[in-house]
Design a protein around this ligand. Structure first.
Ligand SMILES: [Zn+2]
Length: 300
């Protein structure tokens, strides 16, 4: 089990699922084989399996102890959910809650849940099945949702921008079983860009992958960590930040947000913690010419 600290904050990795997820050709919009060949040897086996041409990915959550607050960032795919949009994330039966317990936390210990965005694999454990109903998994928690996301993904909303066809398909049933029950229970708090959760813990909106995607910033005693959700899915996107995933809703905004977060990580020496990274589950970013390169290990 992986833990690290950022200043005074303690951070624990909670694994839900891991596996070969897709080929680079399948995941990346704008994939270019020649370009990939130029940097693939710098990508560790824990992120790419050349023998099967597969990207290796995790579903995972992070528990952050910040002062008196216990925060859970992202909640994976969840168990027992019907997921026709991405069947590999449907009808799961993972030991996520046992993994949470092994890290020392019960569901009632969580004070704040933050969903980076409202995609299928970031909201699942918001709820669990009890007597045939989806109820909040974390009974005491305030759940922080991006205000923009809450409207965008709600299937009964008709005003404003609506999800792409791919987005709507991927997220079939997701709002209904993993977001609406939190709203109904009165446990949701809608937040905007720059919202402060507690001193040293803020969220900011980086649009593109989804329109209201939240990045979580930890700043303590001069140490920084950026929990960036799906702003990037894979280290290949550090070498080539113009490659979006096929799940990005707005291509130009997703590219711009990716470059902005890579620049921020490089310039503040922040640990970058994307949602789906294997290996150590985080990287650092260094500038290289006009671009960036990932740094997979660094002395603390
Ligand atoms: Zn996503």
């Amino acid at each position: 089990m992986l833990s690290f600290t950022t200043g005074d904050f303690e951070i624990h990795n909670i694994e839900e699922w891991q596996g070969e997820f897709a080929s680079p050709e399948q995941l990346f919009a704008g994939f270019d084989a020649c370009e990939f060949a130029g940097f693939v040897e710098q990508i560790p086996h824990s992120f790419y399996r050349p023998e099967s041409n597969s990207l290796y990915a995790f579903l995972q959550s992070w528990v952050i102890k910040a002062g008196d607050l216990t925060i859970l960032y992202d909640t994976g795919a969840g168990n027992n959910k019907e997921r026709p949009g991405i069947p590999v994330f449907g009808e799961l039966n993972t030991p996520f809650l046992a993994n949470l317990a092994a890290a020392g936390f019960k569901p009632e210990d969580i004070d704040v849940v933050i969903c980076s965005h409202l995609h299928i694999d970031h909201v699942g454990w918001n709820t669990h099945l009890q007597s045939g109903h989806w109820v909040p998994t974390f009974p005491r928690a305030r759940y922080l949702f991006s205000r923009i996301e809450r409207t965008y993904w709600d299937p009964i909303q008709t005003d404003g921008p609506r999800p792409s066809a791919t987005g709507a398909e991927v997220n079939t049933n997701v709002f209904e079983d993993s977001v609406q029950p939190i709203l109904d229970a009165g446990q949701a708090q809608l937040v905007d860009d720059g919202h402060s959760v507690t001193p040293g813990v803020t969220v900011s909106v980086y649009p593109g992958h989804t329109p209201g995607h939240l990045v979580l910033h930890l700043d303590s005693k001069g140490d920084h960590a950026l929990f960036v959700g799906d702003i990037l899915h894979h280290p290949a996107q550090v070498f080539q930040p113009d490659w979006n995933s096929v799940y990005c809703e707005d291509s130009a905004a997703a590219q711009a947000s990716r470059k902005k977060i890579l620049a921020l990580a490089a310039d503040t020496n922040a640990r970058l913690v994307p949602a789906h990274f294997g290996g150590a589950h985080f990287i650092w970013i260094e500038r290289s010419g006009n671009g960036f390169i990932p740094c997979f290990e660094r002395d603390a």
